[in-house]
Design a protein around this ligand. Sequence first.
Ligand SMILES: [Zn+2]
Ligand SMILES: [Zn+2]
Length: 284
Amino acid sequence: MEEQQVAAAEQIVDHTSENVASSVNQKLRPVDNGKPEMLWRSDDCNHHPDDFCYICGYFITRTTTKHTLRKDTKLYEAYKQYFNIEVEHQDKQWVPHYACHNCTRRLHGWYQGENRLMEFAVPRIWHSPSNHQTDCYFCVVNLASGQKKSTYPDIPSSRAPIPHSAERPIPQRTCETAVSTTTISTVSGSSVPSSESLQLQGGVLNIPHYPNQTEINDLIRDLALPKNKSELLLSRLKQWSLLDESVRITSQRTRDEEFSSYYTSEDGICFCRDIEGGYFYLFG
Ligand SMILES: [Zn+2]
Ligand SMILES: [Zn+2]
């Protein structure tokens, strides 16, 4: 019965591979052409849509804050102004109904005149899925743990964000309540360039980047910093507002726990007791 429904839905839902990029300055519409949608239930998915961010599509962990997308909020207005499109389909199950803390902080900051920007000019764009196997973001997405990076698909029902470039510049704020950047954007007494003053350098847009937990973990690993120096580095970067909100200063204290089950210590010697398990955890 379900196969018949899916097959019928594949016939009636018209997903074209339109280029979202060409529509960046136009109001984006779903590609359903007014045709009836397939019978799609989030209960049938590997992951629940509301565990993801509507704007970037990233998984929102249970320890981070979710922000509701409501019409009467600044976030809603900021999204509309930054991307020149509306938040859509909030009455449907097949879109997330929340934004992650990182997107919210960046959009709020930009909207209020702070030196914060989105990393992309076009957000993730959602359409109705045609099936769970190949065209459902919440079934296809590959969430990884440990050192493995999650991979987020670019499929007809969920188009990946498109970065800023010379053709897709940082938008100008039009909000009347936007405040001057000079009152906020200082680091150690030095003025930080406002979003309007950011320029292309060597063809690459010079956008400030605030590393998240994964990126800062990679940096600490590359620098081979011990726990105490890692914590000092994170503390300073946090103090200067140069880190993503998701980064925890104390995160390095327990960084060994992830792999501790694969090691043991006997007679003062520490050795790997489960090479195969550790290998599959890292690369499997
Ligand atoms: Zn699904
Ligand atoms: Zn997000």
